[in-house]
Design a protein around this ligand. Structure first.
Ligand code: CMC
Length: 428
């Protein structure tokens, strides 16, 4: 007999089905709640709401576990590559050698963007934030590729997925080049995915650019660690927007905007700016941590805390170690890394952070690496978006295959004025 939950409202009791996940996670199915009882649920911030059944990513926030398609993030970080992880997330299993080379080859061959994109970027102000440019540019892909917009056509979906993955590095690099007034660099498809991105970002037409393998490997690792994180704010946005059956470019453009916010992916830029401010203003780590605890002070300890992790974010552990390795290999001494380590040590022993189970998250150390390789801070979140692309795509695709597919449409409890007559302007 399947497990159920009982809900008593007045003198009536309702039985609600329970879903049990692979890892024994349990959810109460309230699909028919309103139809049967007239009630809805109230859950601001959706902290207790499961919006779907998903087979992509598993997180146990209490234990600090993250797995893509069942594989621990630690193993993927050590043994895999970003494009292999992209395949794993999107297709659902690790590719065989031939499948990976066909996939990689297809991504490699779709990197170029329409020449008119130059005019598109040219129309944007130079000081536009790259995340604004990136979301506009991904939205604009739907204007350049009207032949692959139908989410019900499998071939069109496959082409648009490959286009999105392949062209986003080019678009992000163009957004950056535009902001600094340098010529756009056409992709060089003899390079690997990350090398090509670095070439388009940091190369220029006047000089040879050699991809540094240490930097290439570090960015590949960061992309793997950012590739998916189940139903976070931007992914839920992709799913919600996608549930209107808009094309994939429109849904992902929405996800990029959601990611930009400082409480989400935008935190990586905020962290480095926080570390730089501490360095430049001569504030001590202790003083800053005290400030971050003050309720009326807006300066939170950025890069700390997480809705799901109430333990170490496993990604943060890997990134912290990579941070030391990469800076060591590059021979970079970073005052900001020292400050970050000091802040972490203070916060992890401080009652405020201990009681609230606030640990460093994925954004705490990533910016130190980006900074050390010369990435401007306003590009950090675009790099997060580059990494998250396979996750958004996988979640969008899963949504469209879901037998329970429905347009997303939360309800509300209205607390405004009761029925009110219109007052003519002269009588107000
Ligand atoms: N510094 C100081 N206090 C904090 C912090 C922080 N970084 N994070 C949470 N708190 C406090 C918060 O004030 C609240 O205290 P109280 O119970 O006294 O009201 C308590 O901890 C719970 O915080 P919350 O905001 O209710 O928790 P949430 O689950 O709604 O928010 C969060 C999670 C990530 C938005 C939040 O921890 C935060 O703002 N962190 C800083 C921004 C950040 O690093 N974001 C990146 C998140 S990880 C990557 C990603 O998702 O993109």
């Amino acid at each position: 007999m399947a497990e159920t939950a009982k809900l008593t409202l007045g003198d009536k009791t309702y039985e609600l089905p329970i879903h049990v996940g692979t890892e024994n996670e349990r959810s109460i199915d309230i699909t028919n709640l309103r139809a049967e009882t007239g009630y809805i649920t109230h859950d601001p911030g959706y902290g207790n709401t499961g919006s779907c059944l998903s087979a992509i990513t598993f997180i146990d926030g209490e234990k600090g576990i993250l797995r893509y398609r069942g594989i621990p993030i630690e193993e993927l970080a050590e043994k895999s590559t970003f494009l292999e992880v992209a395949y794993l997330l999107i297709v659902g299993n690790l590719p065989k050698a031939g499948e990976l080379s066909t996939f990689t080859e297809s991504i490699r061959r779709h990197t170029m963007i329409h020449e008119d994109f130059k005019a598109f970027f040219g129309a944007l102000p130079k000081d536009a934030h790259p995340m604004a440019s990136c979301s506009a540019a991904v939205g604009a892909l739907s204007t350049f590729y009207p032949d692959s917009l139908d989410p019900r056509d499998q071939r069109q979906v496959e082409i648009s997925i490959h286009r999105t993955l392949a062209k986003f590095p080019t678009l992000a690099a163009y957004a950056y080049k535009h902001s600094i007034g340098q010529p756009f660099m056409y992709p060089k498809n003899s390079l690997d995915y990350v090398g090509n991105f670095l070439y388009m970002m940091f190369g220029n037409p006047c000089e040879e650019y050699e991809v540094d393998p240490v930097i290439e490997k570090a960015i590949d690792l960061l992309l793997i660690l950012h590739a998916d994180h189940e139903q976070n704010c931007s992914t839920s946005s992709v799913r919600l927007v996608g549930s209107s059956k808009v094309n994939i470019f429109g849904a992902i453009s929405a996800g990029i905007n959601a990611l930009w916010g400082p409480l989400h992916g935008g935190a990586n830029q905020q962290v480095i700016e926080m570390l730089a401010a501490i360095r430049d203003e001569g504030v001590t780590g202790r003083e800053f941590v005290e400030r971050a605890k003050t309720r009326n002070d807006t300066s939170r300890l950025m890069g700390f805390g997480h809705r799901v992790y109430k333990n170490f974010d496993p990604r943060a552990k890997i990134i912290k170690k990579a941070c030391f390795d990469v800076l060591d290999k590059l021979g970079v001494h970073s005052k900001m890394l020292e400050i970050a380590v000091e802040l972490e040590e203070i916060a992890l022993k401080d009652d405020y952070f201990v009681e609230r189970k606030l640990y460093p998250n994925v954004d705490f150390y990533s910016g130190v690496i980006y900074n050390a390789i010369g990435t401007p801070s306003n590009m950090f979140t675009a790099l997060f978006a580059l990494g998250r692309m396979p996750g958004w795509i996988a979640q969008w695709s899963e949504l469209h295959r879901d037998t329970e597919f429905k347009i997303g449409r939360p309800r509300q409890t209205y607390i405004g004025e009761p029925l009110t007559a219109y007052t003519p302007i002269a009588e107000r």
